[in-house]
Design a protein around this ligand. Structure first.
Ligand code: C2E
Ligand code: MG
Ligand code: MG
Ligand code: MG
Length: 292
């Protein structure tokens, strides 16, 4: 009887799987159209220097403006794309768009580093470097070292030797690298030593709880220490409150990003946001005291 049940269940799953596949395929087609019809947009979240309070750069974060009142975040549609070749087209669009925006800001006198998230499959694609060079060549006035590529720590650990070679090739043309969501991927010290990343981005889950959770605090401190040891820069993401900011300054973290500083915003709002930005007075006070 249980066998019978098992077989029925199996058939049911099979049908569901087929339906799932079709639905996924349709969803993928819909996202391809979104790219074609200009429904994808980049939002930008500022990154500030914790010593000076200065805005040093922005991270590009993809959104899908599905209709006038539906704005989808990456989690709502990127997972479907991540295993399809479409991720390469979207990734190149993101790179091109981010460099376009960076150039517009440069023309307004803003020297900012623009960070772009790169999916594993895109980065490991044999044409990645050629695509990157092609996009940079469209803007010869864009200094390559004002572009930072963020790859997940877990992606970098997939195959350290290959990743190291790929990163080194990109760095030869001048672009920077950050290891994103750092602390979630179990890097060993020897791996970290081999990876030529310029920056470590502490995952926001550790930052969020570091004020109440000793383990998370230890992890944040540990990553900041690692960055110092390996002469890398370190960014804390998910900085939501002044208390987060103050503690990170005390721990000598270099940069911070988070809702407490600014939420991701449309490109058109960036220049105005920067011109009206004043670092929180508590942070400034603290920074002054540290300098003395
Ligand atoms: P990520 O690269 O780690 O980006 C940080 C995410 O944390 C963003 O979510 C941002 O909105 C959010 N965040 C920033 N500050 C805070 C904060 O203080 N509190 C909280 N709760 N969240 C904060 P978002 O935009 O939904 O992006 C999620 C992930 O999607 C990104 O994580 C990145 O891995 C991926 N992603 C975003 N844009 C792109 C893209 O253009 N290409 C690729 N391949 N992946 C992207
Ligand atoms: Mg990122
Ligand atoms: Mg992250
Ligand atoms: Mg993340």
């Amino acid at each position: 009887q249980s066998k019978q049940l098992g077989r029925n269940r199996y058939q049911l799953f099979d049908m569901e799987a087929a339906k799932d596949l079709r639905a996924q395929h349709q969803e993928l087609e819909r996202i391809r159209e979104a790219l074609q019809y200009g429904e994808l947009r980049l939002f930008y979240q500022p990154k500030v220097n914790l010593r000076t309070g200065q805005v040093v750069g922005l991270e590009a974060l993809i959104r899908w403006q599905k209709d006038a009142d539906t704005l989808l975040g990456p989690q709502d549609f990127l997972p479907i794309v991540e295993h399809s070749p479409l991720i390469v087209d979207i990734g190149e669009w993101v790179l091109r768009q981010a460099i376009d925006h960076a150039m517009q800001w440069r023309e307004q006198g803003l020297d900012l580093i623009v960070s772009v998230n790169i999916a594993a499959r895109h980065f490991q694609h044999p044409d990645f470097l050629a695509g990157l060079q092609r996009v940079l060549a469209e803007h010869p006035e864009m200094p390559p070292d004002r572009l930072e590529l963020e790859i997940l720590e877990s992606t970098a650990l997939d195959d350290v030797l290959t990743m190291r070679a790929l990163m080194a090739e990109c760095q030869r043309i001048g672009v920077r690298f950050a290891l994103d969501d750092f602390g979630t991927g179990y890097s060993s010290l020897s791996y970290l030593k081999q990876l030529p990343a310029d920056t470590l981005k502490i995952d926001r889950s550790f930052v969020r709880d570091m004020l109440d959770d000793q383990d998370d605090l230890a992890l944040v401190e540990g990553v900041i220490g690692l960055a110092a040891t390996f002469r890398k820069q370190v960014v804390a993401e998910g900085v939501e409150t002044p208390e987060h900011g103050l503690l990170l300054m005390q721990l000598e973290c270099d940069y911070a990003q988070g809702f407490g500083i600014a939420r991701p915003m449309p490109a058109e709002q960036v220049a105005e946001w920067i011109s009206s930005y004043r670092p929180d007075w508590k942070w400034t006070l603290f920074a002054d005291r540290r300098c003395r």
